[in-house]
Design a protein around this ligand. Sequence first.
Ligand code: MN
Length: 336
Amino acid sequence: MPAVTADTLTLPRLPQPSEQETRWRRVTHTVTAARSLEGEGFEVRRPFPGVDLSMADPFLLLDHMGAVEYGPGEAKGTPWHPHRGFETVTYIMDGAFAHQDTTGGGGLISDGATQWMTAGAGIQHIEQPPPELVAKGGLFHGVQLWVNLPRDAKWTRPRYQDIRARDVKLLSSADGASLVRLIAGELAGHQGPGLTHTPITYLHATIAPGARLGLPWPRDFNALVYPVSGEGFAGVEERPLPEGTLAVYAGPGAGDALRVRAADRQPQAAANGWEVLILGGRPLREPVARYGPFVMNTREEIVQAFEDFQAGRMGSIPAVEVPHRTSADEPVKPQD
Ligand code: MN
């Protein structure tokens, strides 16, 4: 996949947690992602939310889009829709997604880029495959993560972070067998580019066939591992973790490090190694009231969100759509 690749020999090395002295987090359970149709009818695999929201707190939702080889005319997106009270984080590994919102933000997210949209007090946006992808078809593979905002940040001004592929912090495992792309948060003293409202860590690792990856992990974070391509195992107990299955590790306080291992043999799509997302954060432990595109603390705030949206208080859709650029280098500026 063209999500950023690099020669691990030239990268800063992560420390190897000691086998004897490390308290490894155990895997408490695994969850098979549910398949559903989103937007104008594209399929996603959704490992959470499941029945227990608290296991992923402060994360609310993960949608795995593809990998899919679109034929001409098949690629789909979403129409204009609102959000309030949280952040949508879209990471594209293959292909591209074009985005525009009612604050004038927008751009093309492609090949290892991330768009971090803080809906805050309210925003509307549209997410579409670019015209070239619709016309010609092609490979598409991405994920959208929803990150909750704490109560005092739900009314923050909407914000847009365009995290280009080259901004991602690239690191190597101690043995050089794994490439770690740190998108947001801190890992062993290294900092990813994404600005977050509460402490989280979000990374994409490529682990060579047969290799182990051990990562120091903040004690007060929860921990989730989700493979987007290939085969491997979660935890020191090596629980099988096929593509589309989420591993939930024991929660805050249960250990200082995480481990995964790539299977010795990988399918063609994971020829470079097992591709996994590893994420966690400090739980907010606040009440969650969610309905559709709004995530607040109380039911009254959800009712208010619908009223505000109906009354046009979440921005207005521009009469003319901003043309999408063919490069992810700069966000598209609103036209006068
Ligand atoms: Mn959306």
